[in-house]
Ligand binder design. Structure first.
Ligand SMILES: Cc1cc2nc3c(=O)[nH]c(=O)nc-3n(C[C@H](O)[C@H](O)[C@H](O)COP(=O)(O)OP(=O)(O)OC[C@H]3O[C@@H](n4cnc5c(N)ncnc54)[C@H](O)[C@@H]3O)c2cc1C
Length: 245
């Protein structure tokens, strides 16, 4: 991401600070602050373990959606070996799509500003939420957002909750809003597994928490949101060999 900004490759500047490998970004269509990698991925080159051959997928055939893809929907089948990106060239970033980022930059949504400024603003926002890894800060000891924003029928959005209409008629609402209103505020938890004190959706390890401790906290939060709002949150991290209760 840093190299793209330095080289004048436009379209991933708002993804600054997201940890991980290139091969992993198509799996959940990594995204943040109004950008998703699906917008700049041209091709994904993968080994198909079922058909035992290398395959190249055009972006349109990758099944990209909100935090998902064909590769995530068929776990274990594809091993991504390379990703081809197609960037526009320029010094200005893509139009700002995210209100909080626009406010930080002092511009309107839809404006374009230098990509380096976007990257710096995103990193500052992410740091303020504990979303940039720092080994001395337990608030950053997380898997990022633990729950995805849910898509629900229009009538299922709780009064006052953020609501973003989708092309398929459903409405995307805010997992963080639901978690907070269900009684799980920042810092919630006992022991070493706690909600981040900077970000409601980050479940953090304060030093000695086990995976079971984190899953117990996630299970409690999910049950609390379901009981309060009738909406079942889905985890964003892929759980291996375990599930939420
Ligand atoms: C502090 C923090 C903040 C984060 N913020 C964001 C954010 O803003 N937006 C966002 O979208 N994500 C975010 N994430 C999640 C994470 O950074 C991304 O999911 C990233 O792509 C994970 O990369 P990784 O290499 O660590 O993959 P892993 O976590 O090791 O793997 C993730 C999944 O992809 C699969 N996978 C990985 N590589 C390949 C491959 N080459 N071929 C096939 N399957 C593969 C794994 O089997 C696993 O199922 C955040 C995480 C953290 C810790």
């Amino acid at each position: 991401m840093a190299r793209a900004v330095a080289e004048g490759w436009v379209g991933v500047e708002a993804l600054a600070g997201i940890p991980g490998t290139v091969g992993a970004v198509p799996i959940q269509n990594v995204g943040a602050y109004g950008q998703e990698v699906a917008q700049t991925i041209a091709q994904v080159h993968a080994y198909d373990r079922l058909e035992r051959r290398h395959r190249t997928f055009a972006s349109a055939d990758c099944g990209f959606g909100y935090r998902t893809s064909l590769f995530k929907q068929t776990p274990g089948r594809y091993v991504v070996g390379a990703v081809t990106f197609r960037f526009r060239r320029g010094s200005l970033g893509a139009p700002i799509q995210y209100a909080e980022l626009a406010r930080r930059l002092g511009v309107e949504v839809g404006a374009r500003v230098p990509a380096g400024d976007v990257r710096a603003a995103v990193l500052a926002l992410r740091r303020s939420k504990g979303m940039v890894l720092d080994e001395t800060d337990h608030d950053t000891w997380s898997a990022g957002s633990f729950f995805m924003n849910p898509f629900v029928p229009p009538g299922a959005v709780p009064p006052g909750a953020p609501a973003f209409e989708q092309p398929d008629g459903r409405v995307k609402t805010s997992a963080a809003w639901l978690v907070e209103r269900a009684g799980f505020s920042r810092g919630y938890g006992t022991g070493d597994a706690r909600v981040s004190s900077k970000h409601t959706l980050a479940l953090t390890n304060r030093g000695g928490a086990s995976a079971a401790d984190l899953l117990a906290l996630a299970t409690e939060i999910r049950a609390g949101v379901l009981a309060r709002f009738g909406i079942e949150l889905q985890p964003e991290p892929v759980l291996v060999g375990c599930s939420l209760g």
